[in-house]
Design a protein around this ligand. Structure first.
Ligand code: GUN
Ligand code: FE
Length: 454
């Protein structure tokens, strides 16, 4: 591919490379990347690299390549509930809206995965339901829950729950790998949250985890104050919510903790110590009035953070919406704690605490940060030789109308800027004003699987 490229590098920086040549092998891995290749030198560069017979896709002006989004937390069976139920807070919302919908997923699964792909998500951590067969259809995650759930939506016993989980893991691991020779789908241990799991269940899941270091784990943590209160009542032997998961061996390098709105100081330290990651779900946190997670503080403490859409607590499967709400959430925190300015908090607080997250940080959280949270940053999340080509071709021009959505004929180009500056502007326009219509191609392991051009 030859054209403009956006590539996250650190929490505060990304590459914006206007004339980039990126080589992808037939297995879908990135072979090499060369920056600043002017048009007339493309052939020569290919010759030097021994890739003269390569087929070159040239991006148009107004297009750029970027890594696909990584959604670290969402619920596939809640998609039919999108946009409804926000009159309730978490525990009532689960009882009145969510459990009734999920319980219907025994036999069928609508294809919502394609929707996530259209929005540019190339890796997604789905929660399924408690039903083994429908999870096989989703080929994703088995959700465990054997108590404090309605009679019509609860597992028979912790034994059945664990047996189904083992069957599910075996099933997912038997699925064919992708072109790169690595899995396309991974099983994830999913104790729904502490409230919905008995000690025997958590203990069995902990044993399963201990026997398999590579098995991913995901759960909810400290989303809502009533939830935290109930959890502490149910597990009086643990001093904190995070301590509950930790006591069953469920906090580790590949654990994804959704929400983390109300973590205590010692819990943040524990999460950091265990190298677990946090999935920030700001849209859902606003909708269900759960609170505002102090993401800047987590980042300054060196905790891994990614973003989650949390459908249907969140009202959109689009990671662009998650990024925008992460920006607004960070602004709320900054204004609350530092009302005179959101950009100049004191130095001791660090780079991120009580500040609005920058575009670079938002990009990082939506890609490489998510990859770290999934313990898959060796394979996905950015462009680097050896990584999978999980990528988007973003097109900031509006091809469907002469005039763009907001009365601008071209979302990307401000005539006063060019090169790197123009590309950075294009990224900002896409993140804050774009949607699925601006995603013309979606690749996973090098294979075109979605986008408007397909
Ligand atoms: N906590 C337990 N289950 C859920 C769920 O489905 N959504 C959210 N947002 N929080 C939860
Ligand atoms: Fe959730």
């Amino acid at each position: 591919y030859y054209g403009s490229l956006i590539n996250p590098t650190t929490l505060t920086s990304y590459e914006a490379s206007p004339n980039c040549l990126i080589a992808v092998s037939s297995q879908g891995n990135i072979d090499w990347i060369v920056h600043d290749v002017i048009d007339s030198l493309v052939q020569e560069t290919l010759l030097q690299k021994g890739s003269l017979d390569a087929e070159v896709t040239v991006l148009h002006p107004g297009q750029f390549l970027m890594p696909g989004f990584i959604d670290t937390h969402t619920h596939a069976p809640q998609a039919p509930n999108l946009g409804t139920g926000y009159q309730y807070e978490l525990l009532d919302w689960l009882e009145k809206f969510t459990f009734p919908m999920e319980s219907k997923f025994k036999d069928v699964y609508p294809s919502i995965v394609e929707k996530f792909i259209a929005f540019g998500t190339t890796t997604c951590c789905y929660y399924g339901t408690l039903h083994l067969d429908s999870n096989k259809v989703l080929a994703d995650i088995k959700c465990n829950m054997d108590r404090h759930c309605p009679d019509y939506y609860i597992e028979e016993s912790s034994k059945v729950s664990v047996a189904n989980t083992e069957a599910f893991i075996a099933y997912v691991r038997s699925l064919p790998f992708g072109p790169s020779g690595v899995p396309l789908v991974y099983p994830v241990l999913t104790p729904r949250f502490a409230i919905s799991c008995t000690r025997p269940l958590l203990s069995s899941l902990g044993n399963l985890a201990a026997s398999d270091h590579n098995l991913h784990i995901q759960t909810h943590i400290s989303e809502n104050t009533k939830e935290v209160e109930n959890t502490k009542k149910l597990f009086p032997e643990c001093s904190t919510y995070a301590g509950v998961y930790d006591s069953f061996g469920l906090l580790r390098h590949n654990t994804i903790l959704a929400h983390a709105v109300h973590l205590e100081e010692q819990e943040i330290d524990l999460v950091k110590q265990r190298k677990a990651g946090i999935s920030h779900c700001p849209t859902s946190n606003f909708n269900l009035r759960s609170g505002v997670a102090p993401i800047g503080k987590f980042l300054d403490r060196g905790v891994k953070v990614g973003l989650g859409t949390d459908v249907s607590g969140g009202f959109s499967p689009s990671m662009l919406v998650a990024m925008r709400n992460a920006s607004i959430a960070s602004t709320v925190v900054a204004l609350q704690n530092n009302p005179t300015t959101s950009s100049s908090s004191s130095e001791e607080e660090g780079k991120f605490t009580n500040r609005q997250l920058s575009l670079a940080t938002l990009l990082y959280l939506a890609t490489l940060g998510g990859a770290e949270v999934c313990a898959m940053d060796h394979q996905i999340g950015s462009f680097a030789p050896g990584k999978s080509f999980d990528a988007l071709i973003v097109d900031v021009r509006d091809r469907t109308q002469n005039v763009g959505l907001w009365g601008i004929s071209d979302l990307g180009v401000n005539s006063s800027t060019s090169g790197k500056d123009a590309l950075e502007e294009m990224l900002g326009r896409f993140v804050f004003c774009g949607d699925d219509r601006n995603i013309s191609a979606v690749f996973v392991q090098g294979k075109l699987i979605g986008g408007t051009s397909r």
